[in-house]
Design a protein around this ligand. Structure first.
Ligand code: HEM
Length: 268
């Protein structure tokens, strides 16, 4: 981790020097540094360096690195972990795996790679991923500091205290989710969703400081899961959701690993 962080810092220093050099050149030549309107896209780091400079925020290299790290950790570990849990679920429930395979084959045909325009058509896969996010919501909960005294359901939360919502407990509450340990993607059929409180499913948290990446995350998870299921048949020694004992580090993880066997499909 330390090595990665010093590597990130090195990249940031170089990018920043590059930015300053190009900025000076473009001022001399009265050109836009980033070729506005052209097809050339800025990377996330380019955008950060530029806006830090233009807005006068003047983030230090370490602050920039922390922003980049937040994106990398918040955006990649989370998605990877949900896809891994989803693959375990599909391995555990072969009839659901078949359904996903059929959907993916129908949309993609025999050898077309997944494209952005295909993702909206993976409706059953989306329900599978949502049900996975319910049972294994990555972050165990979300915390907020209480800025002024608040009465909630007859309880007083004093100013200065910390309020924590344990997402995992909410997502497995039998009053909200009947038979909560049953993996059932059809809980996310529109007619079922409309029966529940909008905040009964909050894997990305809620309110003004919720996750910024749900749409991108869903796209990435669909693309990855579809690509794997299309090529491999999955199986696992796990028999039921209760068998997956969880440990809580920064994210929820299975104590005994994801335990998936993959067999290349004959049509792949
Ligand atoms: C399955 C994938 C993901 C899950 C389950 C997830 C979940 C969460 C949760 C629970 C929070 C805490 C929000 C709060 O405190 O209320 C959060 C924050 C955040 N997430 Fe995600 N996330 C995912 C993917 C992503 C992706 C793909 C990105 C970036 C592209 C991202 C960027 C962020 C950032 C920057 C924050 C901090 C927001 C803030 O403090 O204002 N996340 N995420």
């Amino acid at each position: 981790m330390l090595q990665t962080r010093s590597f990130s810092l090195q990249v940031i220093k170089e990018k920043r020097l590059d930015y300053q050099k190009k900025l000076a050149e473009s001022k001399e030549e009265h050109q836009s540094f980033y070729e506005e309107g052209s097809v050339k896209r800025k990377t996330f780091l380019d955008q950060l360096i530029e806006s830090s400079d233009k807005t006068g925020a003047n983030l230090t290299d370490v602050e920039l690195r922390d922003e980049v790290d937040t994106f990398m950790i918040a955006g990649s570990d989370t998605t990877a972990s949900i896809v891994s849990f989803a693959l375990v679920m599909l391995a555990m429930f072969p009839e659901m795996q078949d359904k996903v395979y059929e959907e993916v084959s129908e949309v993609l045909g025999s050898d077309k790679p997944v494209e952005w325009t295909d993702l909206g058509k993976f409706v059953y896969l989306e329900r599978v991923l949502k049900e996975t996010l319910r049972l294994f919501p990555v972050g165990i909960g979300v915390a907020r500091s209480v800025s002024k005294e608040l009465e909630l359901d007859g309880y007083i939360l004093p100013a200065g205290s910390t309020a924590v919502v344990i997402t995992l407990a909410l997502h497995r509450d039998p009053e909200v989710w009947p038979d909560p340990l049953r993996f059932d993607p059809d809980r996310f059929l529109p007619e079922e969703v409309s029966k529940r409180h909008p905040y009964s499913w909050i894997p990305f948290s809620g309110g003004p400081r919720n996750c910024i990446g749900p749409k991108y995350a869903m796209m990435a998870m669909k693309a990855l899961t579809a690509t794997v299921v299309r090529q491999y048949k999955l199986s696992t020694t796990y028999k039921k959701v209760e068998d997956i004992k969880l440990q809580f580090d920064v994210a929820i993880r299975p104590v005994h690993g994801y335990k998936i066997s993959m067999e290349l499909r004959s049509s792949a």
